[in-house]
Write a protein that binds this ligand. Structure first.
Ligand code: 13P
Ligand code: SF4
Length: 366
């Protein structure tokens, strides 16, 4: 280990994204699409179920969620909505950690996902045994993990964060004297460290999608389109973040596009985001930030292969069969809920204008 950074890079198994791409559903025809949507609407009513979709999934799954009283949002609000909604069955269109978070928060509910193999490179790159050993080497440090992790890693953490609240949570922890272990996203961690000055030991995971945005190509595009503002998700490398006019979670990107006085935006996040950006801002132009394109190792070209595994046919099937229910071992649920609830309480206090910092104990306090 060198200063504050562990050297171990967990290589993605070469087949991981190929496997995911191979499972991406074929686009249904116009007639099939309409029939599937009708079937899903009816099944949601019959099962008293609600859809919760992430901004990166297929536009049909975003629109259908909203149209049927569900939600499309970032990962923080997906967790809150799933916990607070009265429906006993949630259909989560996103990646596995989102379904697991919903289950941990509401073990009594049935959480269905179109494809249980929809994973995330951050989750895959942070195996519990290695992460736990890392934490064990620094027992004096507070463990802060990103939502994009397994239930077991959450159960090893003191605090959970998403990109929409990481700055606030880490600032509050720093103010109370905490030194941190941070995992698994090295880019988000480095961004938070630069912004807060917190003492953070970093795990070296990354998102295969955001890792592919390229600063030199982005700078060239910016020069070609000087009128454009650049919106960047903080899972992107530091040199890409440095070119941003606004940095933040998927919701923060959406808010920036609506509120900034510009008509053109270059967007460095998964291209699934374009659907909401364009529908909510019909007069504005959104351009995808450049990636390594065909030379990219993950061949993602700014789209998450695991998010792409979600489709209408999968949603209809799991609702019809009650299949693909997320299961989290009972032995993990109570411990994993602790850091998630801390995050939800902290962000609710912030939103309500209360002193969220009061929810963070001083280091050494029980
Ligand atoms: P958000 O929390 O910003 O929605 O991000 C989740 C994610 O997986 C981004 O890649
Ligand atoms: Fe994980 Fe990246 Fe996909 Fe988000 S976009 S789910 S961080 S691999």
């Amino acid at each position: 280990m060198t200063d504050g950074v562990i050297d171990v890079e967990f290589e993605q198994p070469a087949c991981a994204t190929q496997h995911a791409w191979a499972r991406v559903p074929v686009e249904p025809s116009v007639t099939e699409r309409a029939a599937l949507k009708d079937e899903i609407r009816a099944l949601l009513r019959a099962r008293n179920a609600v859809m919760v979709s992430h901004y990166y999934v297929h536009p049909d799954l975003q629109d259908l969620a909203e149209e049927t009283g569900g939600l499309v949002s970032d990962s923080l609000e997906m967790a809150r909505f799933g916990r607070d909604h009265a429906a006993q069955t949630l259909v989560v269109s996103g990646v596995r950690f989102m379904g697991e978070t919903a289950k941990i928060l509401s073990p009594e509910k049935t959480i269905l996902m179109p494809d249980l193999d929809a994973n995330c490179s951050l989750d895959l790159g942070c195996p519990i045994d290695a992460f736990s050993a890392f934490c064990d080497q620094h027992p004096e440090r507070t463990v802060v993990v990103y939502a994009n992790t397994s239930a077991a890693v959450k159960a090893r953490a003191d605090w959970l964060v998403t990109s929409s609240c990481a700055l606030d949570v880490v600032n509050a922890l720093k103010d109370k004297g905490h030194r941190l272990i941070w995992g698994p996203d090295k880019h988000l961690g480095a961004y938070i460290q630069r912004e807060t000055g917190a003492d953070m030991l970093m795990w070296q995971g990354s998102c295969i999608v955001h890792d592919e945005f390229k600063a030199a190509e982005l700078a060239a595009l910016k020069a070609e389109r000087p009128e454009a503002k650049v919106l960047v998700h903080p899972e992107s490398p530091a040199d890409v973040v440095a070119l941003a006019d606004a940095v933040g979670s998927t919701s923060a990107i959406l808010n920036a596009a609506r509120s900034m006085a510009a008509d053109t935006f270059i967007v460095a996040t998964d291209k699934g985001m374009m659907h909401k950006l364009r529908t909510l801002n019909p007069g504005k132009t959104f351009i995808e930030a450049p990636t390594a394109g065909n030379s990219a190792t993950c061949k993602s070209c700014a789209h998450c292969p695991w998010m792409a595994m979600n489709g209408l046919a999968g949603v209809a099937r799991v609702l019809r069969e009650g299949s693909n229910a997320i299961d989290v071992p009972a032995s993990l649920i109570d411990r994993a809920r602790l850091p998630i609830e801390r995050m939800l309480n902290f962000t609710a206090a912030l939103k309500g204008g209360h002193d969220a910092g009061a929810l963070v104990p001083h280091i050494g306090a029980a």
